[in-house]
Design a protein around this ligand. Sequence first.
Ligand code: NAI
Ligand code: MG
Length: 363
Amino acid sequence: MTKSLFLLPGDGIGPEAMAEVRKIIAHMNSAMDAGFVTDEGLVGGCAYDAHGAAISEADMAKAKAADAVLFGAVGGPKWDEVPYDVRPEAGLLRLRKDLELFANLRPAICYPALASASSLKPELVEGLDILIVRELTGGVYFGEPKTITDLGNGQKRAIDTQVYDTYEIERISAVAFELARTRSNRVCSMEKRNVMKSGVLWNQVVTETHKRTYSDVKLEHMLADAGGMQLVRAPKQFDVIVTDNLFGDMLSDVAAMLTGSLGMLPSASLGAPDAMTGKRKALYEPVHGSAPDIAGQGVANPIAMIASFAMCLRYSFNMVAEADRLEKAIANVLEAGIRTGDIMAEGCRQVGTAEMGDAILRE
Ligand code: NAI
Ligand code: MG
């Protein structure tokens, strides 16, 4: 069975990191008969330069048709002045919206080899393996009304609106419970039911979804502010955290810093399962941006992009053993002291993007 991948390397270090994933795909095809079929498009600033849009309609159609999209990074100073609706980030937002990618998965894994380099206490983060499941298409980032009005007396009023419907909370909590079953079987749901109506509904719907379908999973509730504190104080208490768009944005960035460098962090965004095939639309991307300060130098850390491909193997193709192997290869290479500049430590050997990719491939 062929597996179609649509590659959108984007701008800056995006294409440099994607080149290392392409090597792994080619190897899996030739040595393991993996059957990946790849196609490639433009997104972000490079798409704007070519088409005047952050992604072309033809590439959108290809992204929709593919089994999975691999996305690099977009943006850079060159496009800082382009009109708002065609700015590089608009390409990513369009993909998320049109593919209805409502579940954003952000793992925070601290590789043992990097625990001592963490700015936090090593014993706090060594062996850390948590997964934050953030609702991505609802909540206060999208709710209406969303306005700034002039009150006429020298004052203005800004309004953002938090909106959540039952089905949105049901489907994101189902994703969290299902993922927990493949891990340590624990979910912690975070909201602010003490001050927000959406928090009250969130708590109710997660509780009902749990009772109805997932009562084998251990469920805990935490107020999101307390959750933030616990994430920093004792992060290893968590397995899967499920939360809304706004809290998830912040908590996943906090969790990111437990693991070392931005260059290490993968993510996945999943849609609803197709009624006919059961397949979910999915996009995989590193958390980092296009890093204009180091772009073009061949020094970017490709691990976030490679680990995003490991998530693709796991979640889009159910290639669990292969995903495990790829993640183990990353851990082994770090253990062997091979490092890009962003995670360099005393006594280690510093390498560039391609050398890091090659080392992981060899491993
Ligand atoms: P950034 O993530 O691109 O860079 C932040 C810092 O981390 C920089 O010093 C960079 O060199 C370093 N860094 C990031 N990834 C790295 C890697 N793989 N290896 C080594 N070092 C790495 O964030 P920044 O600087 O705020 O944004 C730069 C551009 O990227 C902007 O145009 C921004 O809009 C865009 N951006 C795009 C995102 C996306 O495509 N999803 C996400 C975040 C920012
Ligand atoms: Mg963020």
